[in-house]
Design a protein around this ligand. Sequence first.
Ligand code: ADP
Ligand code: MG
Length: 617
Amino acid sequence: MDIIRLLPDMVANQIAAGEVIQRPASAVKELMENAIDAGADDITVVLKDAGKTLLQVTDNGCGMTATDARLCFERHATSKIREANDLFAIRTMGFRGEALASIASIAQVELKTRRREDEVGTQILIEGSVIKSEEACQCNFGTSILVKNIFFNVPARRNFLKAESTELGYVIEEFQRVALVNPDLAFSLHHNGKQVYKLEPGNSRQRIIAVFGNNYSQKLVQVETQTNIVNISGFIGKPEFAKRTRGDQYFFANNRFIKHPYLHHAVVNAFHDLLPDNAFPTYFLFLDVDPKTIDINIHPTKTEVKFEDEKSLYAIIRSAVKQTLGKFSLTPSLDFDIEKSMDFPEMKTGETVKVPQVKINPYFNPFEKDNGGFTPKESYRNPARQGLEQWGKLYPQEDETAPVPTPVQTDELFPQSTIHSSLDETPAESAGPKYFQVNTRYILTQLKTGLMVIHQQYAHERIIFERTMQRQKAENRNIQQLLFPQTITFSSADAGLFSSILTDVCATGFDIADIGGGSFIVNGIPTDFGDNNLQIILEQVLESYKNNLQNMEGNNRSRLAAAFARQMAVKPGKYLNEEEMRSMVELLFACAVPDKTPDGKKIINIISYEEMSKTFK
Ligand code: ADP
Ligand code: MG
C-alpha cells in the first residue's frame, strides 16, 4: 500500500506559518513589507494587547482587484516574481507568496482593499484558511488587513507567546526596523488606543532621531562609501556613547533589515580599542548591492542573507567605519586603557620640586565622592566613563556630614621613599585581612582555606541593589530635590515604557513627572546619585531594565533596582585602594545574598589551597 500522501493545504500552510509567523511581531513585519511593496507612503499599525488580540496594518498603496484579493491568501501566490530567474533581481520585500497564506491559516483575518481607479472595494473574511465571506464594500483606496486572535487554532503556539510587554517589544523592534529603512514614508503605531509613534517623512538622520529620541543627534556621525561592490551609507555612534547592552546595531541590505554576525564583526573590529570593555558600538549601516550578489532566500523570515563576496564586504565596511572614526578624529582622546600608574604628572621647566606627600587618610570613606584627593588627570576622564566614575557617593548615610579630613603629611624628601613608605607602612587600621586588586577588576584576599576572588563590579551591583530595594520599602526615600529640575527625553517607544514604570522608578528614589511628548521632568534624585548625567544614566537604566524583563525573575521594582545598580556600580578598570576594597567587601558581606548579582551572576570565587597545590604537580 502506498503511504505517501500530499498534505492538505491548511496543514501545509500551518507548517509554513510556523516558519514565517512566530509571533504577532512577524505578522506586523510581513504586513508592513507588503504595504511598502504596494507603493504606499503612509502606513498605520494598530495593536491590541501587543497584537495578541488584534493587529491591523492599513496602507494607501495600490490595492487589489477582487480576484487578486481572493488569490493573495493562496500559498505561493505572489505578484512579485514569475520565474526562477526573477529571484536574482529582487527589489521588493516579499516574493515567496507565503505571508498572507500563513497568517490566514492561524488567525481570523479581515481584508479590505480597493484600487484607486475602482469604485468599490472588496472585503474578505478568512479564518484558518477557510474563506468565510467575500463581498464588495466601500472603503478607502489601499489595503487594510486586520488579524484577530493570532494562533487561535494552534494553542501550543499561542501559549508559547510571552508576556505582553515582551511581545510589544518585539513588535516595536520590527516596526522600527521597517521605519528606519524607509525614512521617506510616513508611519504610525498605536497600542491599546495610545499613539506610540507618529513618524513624518524625512531623511535617514531625522528618522533615526524620530525613532530613538533627540539625544541621538549628537551621538551620530555619517558614513559614506562607494565602491563597485557595495555602496555604504548611514551612521555610526561616537564611541563615547557606546552602550553596554546590545541593541543599536542595524545593518540593512537593499532596504531590508538583516542580521549578519560576520559583518557585525567588521564594525566591531574597526572600533577596536575605542570602546570600553563590554560596550557595543552603535551603527546604522545601509548597504546597497547588486541584487544578483545577494541571496535573501536562505531563511523564511529573510533576515539572514548571504552575500557573494563577504570577504571584500568585510574589508570595505571595516575601512569605511575606520575612516569615519578617523575623519571625525574620534580617536585621540580615547585612552580607555591607560593604567592609573602611568599617569605621571608633567614637570614644567623652572618648576621647583614640591615636597612629595604621603597621603594617608584614616577617615577615608570610599563611598564619598571626594576620592581622598586622588583626582585622575583630565585625559583619564573619558566622557564615557564620566558618570560611571562617580560611583563613590552611593552611601550618604555613611558619614555624609563628617568634615573632609586633611591629608596627613609626612616630610619625606625623595619620591623613592614615598614609594617605600606606601608599601612598607601598612596602615595601622588595616590590621584585618589584606586586599589586593588585580587587573583593575578583581579583589583578592586570603582565607583560611584558599584564595577568595571577588568581582568588584558585581559586588558593587549587589550592594547597591540591596540598598535600593530597602529604599523602595522605606517611608522616607532620601530624595534630594533639584534646584533646577531637568528635562529628559526618550524616543516614543521608550517613553511609553518609562511612563508605564514611572511609579516604580520614583520608588527607587527619583521624583519624576511625565510632561508628555516623550519628555519627563526630573525634580529630585536619590541622594546617592552623585552628579551623574541624568539622561545617560536613565537611558542606560531603561536599557538594562528591558534586558531584565527577559532575563531576570522578580517584579518590576527588583528589575529596576537591578538595572539601577548595574549602571551605578564601579566598572572594571576602576582603581580601588585598599580602604575602598575593604569597605566594598564589608558591605558585600553585610548583604542578604552576598554571592550572586541580582540577575544571578557569581560574585565570589574561592580557589582552595588544595586546588592550588595540585597545579604544581
Ligand atoms: P509576497 O509578499 O511574498 O508576494 P504575500 O503573501 O505577502 O506574498 O502577499 C501575496 C500577494 O498579495 C502579494 O504578492 C501582493 O500581490 C498582494 N498583496 C499583499 N499585501 C498587499 C497590499 N498591502 N497591497 C496590495 N497588494 C498586496
Ligand atoms: Mg509579503
